[in-house]
Design a protein around this ligand. Structure first.
Ligand SMILES: Nc1nc2c(ncn2[C@@H]2O[C@H](COP(=O)(O)OP(=O)(O)OP(=O)(O)O)[C@@H](O)[C@H]2O)c(=O)[nH]1
Ligand SMILES: Nc1nc2c(ncn2[C@@H]2O[C@H](COP(=O)(O)OP(=O)(O)OP(=O)(O)O)[C@@H](O)[C@H]2O)c(=O)[nH]1
Ligand SMILES: [Mg+2]
Ligand SMILES: [Mg+2]
Lengths: 283, 292
């Protein structure tokens, strides 16, 4: 028998709903369905073969392929390479409000320190109440220094200051914390672009909330268009999420997710496992 | 004021030579797409679209209504039904210290919203106090303290305190003695699978006996909203919902599903990071934005 367009449409509609229920953004789910339809329409399959199972297999492979993009990011490889060249690895953290940037920076600083790298943090969120104190207290727990100015200072200046400090002291990594921002605010997006222009980070890291639905796609897309995301970290994965936002984020940026946040403690930073996410999304 | 996507769907429908079964089904599909993209729970989207479809095919055209107007009327009515109760206004009881407790998932905007609510009630002439009962997040007290300073509202907190219940009771008592009308208690972020935190929230509510528990929900939340909200509601009955970050691109469909799941009305929305970026919830403009 052949797979008709009609039967495929019906099967794909169900799968689209399943993907959306798993928090894959609707436009991404629709795009995936279209691609799968193009691949399978008119295809000859065995009399006893179950078309639904065939679509599921194709979908599973497609999702795995998305989560394993060709561009790879190895933080430790980068740190080693830069260390040999005597320069710090500069990482700029950006993202929407409340996604976990500041906490994630502390977690990563903790991880790098455990692996024997020296780290300095930049308190470049000079806007939000308590942002500098929050980073300072986290830094104290990790045992790393914070470069800060005062509230209202130019974030780019704080970031630049931290990079200069790292260069002068031979520090391996500079982790720059920035204010949360909505991607629809031109001024805030311009401010972020300026920070990136001034410090030329080795890595611009997008921090996304695993609980976000369609907006994960919007955020990743706009942040990527603005400053070029090199990789992402998905937080709050411990909150019983299906994890579909991982698909949206990697699909629209073409860049890998390098870590996931699995809680509020310093060691709640784990490696990203595409298989786990795909199984979860399709469960 | 009807959302762009909805009026687009209707326009498409009436652009056809016949408002036949196929055209109506496509109209329903367009509505489904708009609601799904707005993060409304999949099951709810299917329910609402079933109801719209049923009425579209079974209802007689009311006198004076065009097919177009009738369809918009049906869709709008069914979407408004999703909204639940109409405008809900938080009532401050006279001659007592009203306690408002904010709860919600990590990063949803509780602390910022606590300050916004304090300002909102302060503008109405009430004597307002803020209590930082978040004993986990580093810098939580400093954050609320700085916000309080911005608006001239006293903040009670103790960064060294380990017991949020004891801290909250102390803070409320202090404000009560000084004749405050409203005390807003900010709590630590938590999600439904952090069992001890959910138990702590339940205990906190039973001890401080709030006049209102407000669930703060991020407008960007996706399909997990309903499940999370239900779990919160089971631990501490939710009085109303505060939807934050609606100044972004998110439509808040998740918060809507949460409201429907808990039966709690939406009382306020957050439309920015500043203390004045708060609005009383207005169902028609929320629907308009949802479908836009
Ligand atoms: N459960 C859980 N909570 C997390 C995770 N990552 C961060 N959080 C919490 O989320 C809340 C917000 O974290 P922050 O680090 O302040 O987020 P942010 O992006 O810096 O916030 P803004 O700077 O205000 O935009 C805090 O309560 C964190 O403890 C995670 O992986 N799991
Ligand atoms: N754009 C926008 N940002 C908001 C809004 N409400 C809160 N925020 C921001 O969201 C981020 C998180 O806000 P918080 O008030 O720290 O969130 P929280 O729920 O107290 O976080 P935890 O205590 O860690 O659970 C901050 O950057 C706030 O400025 C809003 O309505 N719009
Ligand atoms: Mg931060
Ligand atoms: Mg808070």
């Amino acid at each position: 028998k052949t797979l008709s367009e009609e039967s495929l449409d019906e099967i794909l509609w169900d799968f689209k709903l399943a993907l959306v229920s798993a928090d894959v953004a609707l436009p991404v789910a629709e795009e995936l369905a279209e691609k799968i339809k193009e691949t399978l329409v008119g295809k000859k399959i065995g009399i006893l073969e179950n078309p639904r199972k065939l679509v599921l297999d194709v979908l599973r492979n497609t999702l795995l392929k998305i989560l394993n993009p060709p561009s790879k990011v190895d933080i430790f490889e980068m740190l080693e390479k830069n260390r040999k060249m005597g320069k710090p690895t500069v990482m700029l953290f950006v993202g929407f409000n409340g996604t976990g940037k500041t906490t994630t920076i502390a977690k990563l600083a903790n991880l790098l320190k455990k692996h024997g790298y020296s780290v300095v943090l930049a308190a470049a969120d000079t806007f939000r109440a308590g942002s500098i104190e929050q980073l300072e207290k986290l830094a104290k727990r990790v045992g790393v220094r914070v470069i800060k100015h005062q509230y209202g200072a130019d974030p780019a200046a704080v970031a630049y200051d931290a990079v200069m400090h790292a260069k002068a002291k031979g520090i391996d990594a500079v982790l720059i914390d920035t204010a949360g921002r909505v991607q629809t605010d031109k001024n805030l997006m311009d401010e972020m672009k300026k920070i990136a222009r001034v410090v030329e980070p080795d890595l611009t890291i997008f921090v996304g909330d695993a609980l976000a639905g369609n907006d994960a796609f919007e955020q990743a897309q706009k942040f990527h268009e603005a400053v070029g995301i090199d990789c992402s970290i998905l937080t709050k994965v411990d909150a019983d999420v299906k994890g579909g936002s991982s698909i949206s984020i990697v699909h629209v940026t073409g860049k890998p997710i390098i870590f996931i946040g699995t809680g509020t403690s310093l060691d709640d930073l784990k490696e990203f496992d595409p298989e786990w996410f795909v199984n979860n999304i399709l469960s | 004021k009807l959302g762009y996507a909805l009026s687009n769907a209707v326009g498409k429908l009436l652009g056809r030579p016949l408002a036949d079964e196929r055209a109506i089904k496509e109209f329903i599909r367009d509505i489904q797409r708009a609601l799904l993209q707005a993060d409304v729970k999949v099951e709810q989207v299917l329910e609402v679209s079933k109801r719209i479809e049923k009425r579209a095919f079974s209802e007689k055209l009311p006198p004076g209504f065009s097919r177009r107007e009738h369809l918009i009327k049906i869709a709008y009515e069914e979407l408004t039904q999703l909204m639940g109760k109409k405008s809900y206004r938080l009532r401050i009881k006279p001659n007592k210290t009203n306690v408002i407790m904010l709860v919600g998932i990590q990063g949803s905007g509780k602390t910022t919203s606590a300050a916004k609510l304090a300002r909102y009630f302060q503008k109405k002439g009430y004597k307002v106090g803020l209590v930082c009962a978040d004993t986990y997040r580093l810098g939580a007290y400093e954050q609320l303290l700085q916000l309080g300073k911005q608006i001239g509202v006293n903040v009670y907190g103790d960064p060294s305190a380990k017991d949020p219940v004891d801290l909250a009771l102390k803070g409320i008592e202090k404000f009560r003695k000084e004749g405050y009308d409203v005390v807003i208690v900010d709590t630590a972020g938590r999600h439904k699978d952090e069992e001890s935190l959910m138990r702590e929230m339940k205990e906190l509510a039973s001890k401080i006996k709030p006049d209102e528990v407000i669930l703060v929900i991020d407008a960007t939340i996706g399909q997990q909203a309903e499940k999370q909200a239900k779990a919160f509601h089971e631990s501490t009955p939710i009085g109303s919902i505060f939807v934050t970050k609606l100044d972004g691109s998110a439509k808040g469909g998740g918060a809507l599903s949460a409201a429907a799941a808990t039966g709690a009305p939406i009382s306020f929305i957050g439309v920015g990071e500043k203390v004045d970026d708060i609005e009383e919830f207005d169902p028609p403009s929320f629907i308009g934005r949802l479908m836009g």
